[in-house]
Structure formats: structure tokens, C-alpha cells
Design a binder for this molecule. Structure first.
Ligand code: PGA
Ligand code: ZN
Length: 418
């Protein structure tokens, strides 16, 4: 049984407070977890609790810490740490709201995740085995951000993330090496061409480029310089994070950076934006587009899935917000064919699992993702392996909060003997 739970306020990769929780069971077994946080939070994700007081510019999590140490402690002490489903149900019930606004999604997830760690420790097995049984046999393929834009950087790129995806190769460590070599070559190309090599929040470079095509050309150059062939060794994935670009009044997508660089206002309506993606996919080996359209544009999503879904992974991040009801709606509507899973959008481990299973049953691919504000917690690596996710998004090979996830996957691969 759970003997005690405890939380503290720590810092994330941006220097913002984050919640860290611990769960004690079996006399001396302590599992620990910390909770990440998005820069661009979708309208439909569970609500994280921030103090909104002067300290830490309103971003403190002292109330979340108190909620763990008081309400949640009262509710879960004595429960079986091995019964994750019952524990998560109790967490959700104690909060009592639809979107976890009362106690906070960060509050709930900290305890939910820490309990899973405690359970794995009690059983003396790794987290990926505790969650995935004996089934896990493969390491997900990375979608590695190498150029940051949108709200993740202060440059002119309107598309939030330009990611590289390795083609067929022997194993994860080869794939990680290939991607990292392209990243390092991109850095040299940028530097030699007089561009800034400063990085954005997820470690990708953030130069001021005129538009997406120029960014894609640079990635091609970097892959070539690293000795890889585009469309065979390296593919490209985009996260447009289109909800940020969408203007609900004009019903058009505003390309702020492109407008600035070209000295004229550039907007695209849904049809034009889909055509733009088709054009990009015609010129570059694009294998996936995430949040290609606004989170409420169900008609647009259906259209783009009909037009591009055969060839390209169309992934819903803000669209689905790791929410079972929204994923079910997407399946019904024929919207997207892949789901980005962010555990903290759901708020408990069990709800994230339900989201994954719902999507998998309908044949949607799974991308397990980090957040913009990350901590040293590596659980998403184990979760991605446990649930046979096709992909993992963990940012650039830059910053220990990002590489920690890749390094954990290296360890798991070694254990699996791949
Ligand atoms: P976020 O970014 O953490 O700011 O949501 C990641 C993403 O959009 O995939
Ligand atoms: Zn996204």
C-alpha cells in the first residue's frame, strides 16, 4: 500500500517552476516523477495549476504542491500502488472537475507517474516492462526537431518545428547517430552562411529564414553534407502548430514571419494551406505533418486526410489533446491518421493509455511527445517503448532535458538486446 506521497517545486528547462512528486510504499521504496509544461497549450488539454501570484512571475506551483501533500495524500494513502487504474480514478475523482482545474493536471500527473515508478521499483522491473509487460521489442523512431520556429523561438519561421525522421536502419542507436550528424552539419552550414546558430526552446536552431522552403532546403543541404540521401536515409516531419496561425475572424492562417521577411501580408485559407502542404510534399520528402490545421477545423482535417492521408502521416496534437472523446470524434470524422500523445495533456497515466489504445484500435499511429518546458524525467521513453509507439518526439540533441530521453532509449535498447 501507498504509505505517503510528497511533492516539491523544482525548475524546468525554461527556468519555470515544475511539480515533482514522490510516492512511498513497501517501507522504503520511493518512486519519483516530474511534470513538463507546454508553450503552446491546446484549448482542449487538461488544465495545469499555477499560483498566479508575484513569485516566479505567477508561474509558481506551491498550490499544486499543497494539493499533493494534503487532499491527494488523504485520498490515496493506503491504496494499492500496483493498481494504477484505481489510483488514477481516485485522483480524477478527488479533483472532481472535467478538465482537472481544481487540483491541477500537473498535480494529478505527478502522483500518477510517481506511483508507476514506485510500483516498478517494488516489482524490481524497469518502468517500460511494468507498463508494457514482456511485449516491448522495439524502440520508436525519433522525430527529431532541428529547426525551431513559431512560439518556440523568436525567429521568422512560422512553422513551429522542422523535424528529421531517419529511414530504415539497423537500430535506434544508428538512427540517433544519423539524426544527430545531420543536426551538427546543419549547425556548420548555418554558421558558415552567416546565420545565427542560437537555439530555440527545444534545442533546434532558430535562424531568420524567409519561409518554409528555405528551411527545408537547408535541411536537405545538411543531410547531403552528412552523407545521407533525402527520401531514403532522411525524411522530414513538420509541426505547423496551426492553431497559433489561425485567425478565427478572417478564417485565414496568418504567416507572420513570412510576411515580415517578404514585406507583404501573407495569409492562406484552409484550401490554400492544404495546397501549400501538397506543394511542399511534392518538392521534399515530407513523411508527417502535425497540427497542419486549426484545432477546431474538423472539415479541413477531413479534407486534408482525404487528400494527403495515403502518403503522409497527419498527426493531431492540439486537435486531439490526448483526449479520448476528441480522438473518438476524429476517428468518426476521418480526421488525421496519427495522434500525438502528451501525458500531461491527459493528466493521469491511465487516461493517456486509454487515448493510446483508442487510437491504435482505429489504426492511428502513435507519437509520444515531450513538452516545450521539460525536466530531466525520462518516463516518456519507457512509455513509448511500452505502448509500441511508432515515434517519439523529444526535441533536438541539445540540452540534457532532451538528450536524457534519447539516452534512456539507448539503455532500453541495450537491455532488449537489439
Ligand atoms: P508544446 O510544443 O510543448 O509547446 O505544446 C510541443 C508540440 O507542439 O508538439
Ligand atoms: Zn505540436
Amino acid at each position: 500500500p501507498i504509505q505517503d506521497i510528497y511533492a516539491r517545486e523544482i525548475l524546468d528547462s525554461r527556468g519555470n517552476p515544475a511539480l515533482e512528486a514522490e510516492v512511498l510504499a513497501g517501507g522504503e521504496i520511493v518512486g519519483r516523477a516530474s511534470v513538463p509544461s507546454g508553450a503552446l497549450t491546446g484549448t482542449y488539454e487538461a488544465t495545469e495549476l499555477r499560483d498566479r501570484e508575484a513569485r516566479y512571475l505567477g508561474k509558481g506551483v506551491e498550490r499544486a504542491v499543497e494539493n499533493v501533500n494534503n487532499q491527494l495524500a488523504q485520498a490515496v494513502i493506503g491504496m494499492n500502488v500496483l493498481d494504477q487504474a484505481a489510483l488514477d480514478k481516485m485522483l480524477v475523482k478527488t479533483d472532481g472537475s472535467r478538465d482537472k482545474r481544481n487540483l491541477g493536471a500537473n498535480t494529478l500527473l505527478g502522483v500518477s507517474m510517481a506511483a508507476a515508478h514506485t510500483a516498478a521499483l517494488a516489482l524490481k522491473i524497469p518502468l517500460y516492462r511494468y507498463l508494457g509487460g514482456t511485449n516491448p521489442k522495439e524502440i520508436p523512431i525519433p522525430m527529431m526537431t532541428i529547426l525551431d520556429g513559431g512560439i518556440h523561438a523568436d525567429n521568422t519561421l512560422d512553422i513551429q518545428e522542422f523535424m528529421i525522421v531517419p529511414g530504415k536502419s539497423k537500430n535506434f542507436r544508428e538512427r540517433l547517430r544519423i539524426c544527430t550528424e545531420v543536426y551538427q552539419n546543419l549547425k556548420e552550414i548555418l554558421s558558415k552562411s552567416g546565420f545565427s546558430i542560437r537555439t530555440g526552446g527545444e534545442g533546434g536552431f532558430a535562424p531568420d529564414l524567409p519561409d518554409a522552403k528555405e528551411a527545408l532546403k537547408l535541411i536537405e543541404d545538411a543531410a547531403k553534407r552528412a552523407g545521407y540521401q533525402m527520401g531514403r536515409d532522411i525524411f522530414i516531419a513538420l509541426d505547423a502548430a496551426a492553431s497559433r496561425l489561425y485567425n478565427k475572424d478572417s478564417r485565414k492562417y496568418e504567416f507572420f514571419g513570412e510576411s515580415k521577411m517578404k514585406g507583404q501580408r501573407i495569409t492562406r485559407d484552409t484550401e490554400e494551406l492544404i495546397e501549400y502542404y501538397e506543394e511542399l510534399a511534392g518538392s521534399f520528402p515530407i513523411c508527417a505533418i502535425e497540427d497542419a490545421l486549426d484545432e477546431d477545423d474538423w472539415d479541413g482535417w477531413r479534407t486534408i486526410t482525404e487528400r494527403l492521408g495515403e502518403k503522409i502521416q497527419l498527426a493531431g496534437d492540439a486537435l486531439f489533446s490526448t483526449n479520448v472523446q476528441r480522438i473518438k470524434k476524429g476517428i468518426q470524422e476521418g480526421a488525421a491518421n496519427a495522434v500525438v500523445i502528451k501525458i500531461n495533456q491527459a493528466g493521469t497515466l491511465s487516461e493517456a493509455f486509454e487515448a493510446i489504445e483508442t487510437a491504435q484500435k482505429a489504426g492511428y499511429q502513435i507519437i509520444i511527445s515531450h513538452r516545450y518546458g521539460e525536466t530531466e524525467d525520462t518516463a516518456i521513453a519507457d512509455i513509448a517503448v511500452a505502448f509500441h509507439a511508432e515515434h517519439i518526439k523529444a526535441g533536438a540533441p541539445c540540452g540534457t532535458e532532451r538528450t536524457a530521453k534519447y539516452n534512456q532509449l539507448l539503455r532500453i535498447e541495450e537491455e532488449l538486446g537489439i
